[in-house]
Structure formats: structure tokens, C-alpha cells
Design a protein around this ligand. Sequence first.
Ligand code: SAM
Length: 287
Amino acid sequence: MPKPETVAELNKLYKQLDLLHTDRETVRRLLQLDLLKVIRKDAIQANHQMTPDTLGIMMAYLIEKIIDRNHPYTIFDPAVGTANLLTTVMNHLQEAIDQPVQGYGIDNDDELLAVASVSVSLQREPVELFHQDAIEPLTIPQSDLAVSDLPVGYYPLDENTKNYQTRAEKGHSYVHHLLIEQSMNYLKPGGFGIFLVPSNLFQTEETMGFVKWIHSVAHFQGLINLPADLFKNQAAQKSILLLQRQGGGSHQAKQVLLGSFPSVKKRAEFVAFMNQIDAWVAANLKS
Ligand code: SAM
């Protein structure tokens, strides 16, 4: 428990904050800085950690490039955690396409969801949150976009995975495979799923079955590596997987988008990579 004089000091500081008249993105960044301190102090394990800005912003840029700009969007995150990734993407999209964006977030960790709830209400974001295991049926509507920094590892409850095509033949299934499959189920035809995945996603004993499932429901449109300096070691390295649900006028890209995001600090290289994505979108998605 903090001392009464610390509480008094904090209350004095809080009173100086004018969150009602502060824009959403500034509020999100303030919360993110606070949470980063907590994550470091409590040594929170990777599967429960907030997705940092650098990753969220790269995902947001990619989404902005691939979607049409002329209508409102619905977006969900099946492993929403603190909602930092979801709100980073929503704020960026609202700014870039000047259209309303409605969000939905699901998580099975009530403490992270409590943080998400404070975050979306302070940011005045239209986000509905659901406390549940996202492997079980969801109550969200079919949406335009799914975005998620997926938990990685085995899902322990084999009973719940019986209807999943991506379940392992023997033993526990990969939770990230299951959540990708679940996300595709809740996307409208032609909707995009943008997932932060381990870079070795296609190098495991489950790969063949996973790839077969992808081809049955989705178009495998891209896999982009993220800058290595953002991760502690090679084993923790992540990439962005881009899938598009079949139907709704969508088609498989002639050339899958492959490459590596340069660090955002390398401005010129970053802009050049964005231009390459524009060219890829024009040649592969819009033609
Ligand atoms: N993007 C989030 C953010 O910005 O805070 C962080 C996501 S964190 C890497 C992964 C999340 O997956 C955790 O919040 C964890 O509680 C959640 N999770 C793990 N298994 C889950 C399940 N079966 N259903 C729903 N959420 C799950």
C-alpha cells in the first residue's frame, strides 16, 4: 500500500491531467508508458505482454495500405490483452481513412482485460470487450479486419479443439494456429487477418496441415519479417502474417508479399519499403 502522502501527491498530479480534452493517441501513449514500467517491474511473461508501438504501427501502416478507404470498418482482436495493439491500429486507421472504426476485443485474462477496459474508456474508443477463451464460440459480428499479437505455444484443452481443422493430430494443438483459424471464421468474405506470429511459423511439424487449412479458406497474401533489433533473441523473432478470407471478390496475389520491415528509425528505408508495398498492392490486390 502506498503511504497517504504519496496518495495525496498522486491525486494532486492526477487533477492536473485533462484527459477529456486530450486526443486519443496521446492518452494511449501515456497509458503505454505507465504499463511499460509495470511490465518491467513485474517481469511479466512474453505471452501476456502488451504489444509495443513499434510493432503496432507497422501493422497499422500495412493495414492502411491494403484496405479500401471509402467505408467504415469493424475490427477485432481475439487476444486483446491491454488493447494497446487494437487501439494503436484503430487510432491510426481513424486518422488515415477518416472513417469510423468499431472494435471488439476478447481475452481470457481478466486482469489484462480490466486494463483494456480503462484504456478504451479513457481513449473514448468504441470498443466492446469480452472476457472469455477465444477458442470457444465468439459473440462478435462478422468483421472486416482481425488484428492480433497471438499467444504462442500449446493450447491445453483438447476437448475444445474438436471442430478445428488446425488441431494437432496427436497431443495439444498450437494456440496460435487455432486463434488464426478462429479469426478467419469471424471475418467477412474478403476480410483481412493481420497476425503477429513467430518467424518460424512455417517450420514446425504442424506446418503441412496448417498450410492445407490456409489454402482451404484464405489467400496467403504475405509474410513480412520485423526488424531483428526489436527482439531479445532469434527464438523470440516475430513476423507479420497477412491472410485474406476467400470470397467477396478477393483473389490470391500473383506474388506473395515477402520481405523485411526496416527499422522505423531508418526513415528513408522505411519510406522505400512502404512504396514497395504500394506497388505490390496495385499489382496484386487491386488488379
Ligand atoms: N496485443 C496485446 C496488447 O497490446 O496488450 C497483447 C497480446 S499478448 C502477446 C497475448 C494475449 O493472449 C494475452 O493477453 C493473453 O491473455 C491472451 N490469450 C492467451 N490465450 C488466450 C485464449 N485462449 N483466449 C483469449 N485470449 C488468450
